[in-house]
Design a binder for this molecule. Structure first.
Ligand code: ADP
Ligand code: MG
Length: 332
């Protein structure tokens, strides 16, 4: 067997936050920022992983070990491996670098074993990747990130429905911002959360939802309604309506779910003041990124408005990325 290289994208969730582990709906897109895994079989049983983005021998290797353990558990004959990773995604920024890493590794292993990357295999890889993170890393995330990375489609968002958590469904939803003269701008506040920690805010929210906290559930229930409305609006190319729903989503995450932070709120306010159609935090929260939807001609103004607001608040300048719906994981 020779080396294979696999690429798996990060994702931006357009709307539907903290719903995946609550039996709800979300609407992510896979994006251009991605993680690449080059995988070479070894003569022995060892697993050796390096990353351009992290020092060797640290906790992040558990994500990769977890994927290998899970694939062996479903009966795949995975040999010892050398794995070299590199990524264009920010780590811990809410664009799902963790799932991109897991899915790149899982896809590369499928390629090494000569398995077709058909729909059934993609679902299987997403599930193994999700288990790698929840069981082996102990990050209690839902299934959205890995499904977005495995199933993403050019020109489409994915409507994911977790009504049956053991059997989520995925439906492509037309999403053509560029054809409709709008842009999706991701802004990384630079503030970092910590997911792989049972005491994190994320784990705390999960527990609050499990015990039925009414305010947390008011967010989840209203967010599911907003996802349904956003699907209708996006299919109609009505980005103004999508934008309003994103703003309502952000308010609900800030006030009812309480997972926003000063820098996320500042970014959303500045984007709207500069003429964006909508903006919201994306990902688990407590830092990370926002996504803004704006007329193409206003991207520069929105970006400058956010930068100016950060400067005025004495905060370091945030990073911006223009994104659009991309294909899921593939061999390269
Ligand atoms: P997100 O998935 O939103 O980026 P997470 O906290 O879920 O945030 O995952 C980030 C963690 O995943 C990093 O702290 C690191 O441990 C690991 N990670 C992700 N990508 C890489 C990479 N390319 N190399 C090494 N570790 C990575
Ligand atoms: Mg993650």
């Amino acid at each position: 067997m020779h080396s294979v290289t696999a690429v798996a994208p990060g994702r931006v969730n357009l709307i539907g936050e903290h719903t995946d582990y609550n039996g709800g709906l979300c609407l992510p897109i896979a994006i251009q920022l991605a993680t690449t895994a080059t995988i070479t079989p070894r003569e022995d049983d060892d697993l050796r992983v390096t990353s351009d983005q992290a020092p060797s021998g640290s906790a992040w290797q558990r994500y990769v070990e977890g994927v290998v353990i899970e694939l062996r558990a479903i009966g795949w004959q995975v040999p010892g491996l050398d794995i070299a990773l590199t990524s264009t995604l920010p780590l811990g920024g809410g664009l799902s670098s963790s799932a991109a890493m897991e899915c790149a590794v899982a896809t590369g292993i499928a390629g090494l074993l000569g398995l077709p990357l058909d729909e059934a295999t993609r679902w299987r890889l997403a599930e193994s990747a999700q288990r790698a993170e929840s069981v082996h890393v102990g990050a209690p995330t839902g299934g959205m990130d890995q499904l977005a990375s495995m199933l993403g489609r050019d020109g489409h968002a994915l409507l994911l429905d977790f009504a049956d958590p053991a059997r989520p469904t995925a439906q492509p939803v037309r999403c053509r911002p560029a054809e409709e003269q709008v842009a999706l701008l991701v802004t990384d506040t630079g503030v970092r959360h910590q997911l792989a920690d049972g005491t994190s805010g994320y784990a705390q929210r999960r527990r609050e939802c499990e015990v039925g906290d009414p305010r947390r559930w008011r967010h989840v229930d209203s967010e599911n309604e907003r996802v349904r409305s956003a699907v209708t609006a996006m299919e109609a190319g009505d980005w103004e309506a999508v934008g309003s729903l994103m703003v309502a989503s952000h308010s609900s995450l800030r006030d009812d779910f309480e997972v926003s932070c000063r820098e996320l709120d500042l970014t959303v306010t500045a984007a709207l003041d500069a003429g964006a159609l909508g903006a919201r935090m994306t990902g688990g929260g407590f830092g990370g990124c926002t996504v803004s939807v704006t007329h193409e001609g206003r991207v520069g103004a929105v970006r400058d408005g956010i930068d100016a607001a950060f400067a005025a608040a004495g905060l370091p300048r945030p990073a911006h990325h223009l994104v659009s719906p991309a294909e899921g994981a593939r061999l390269s």
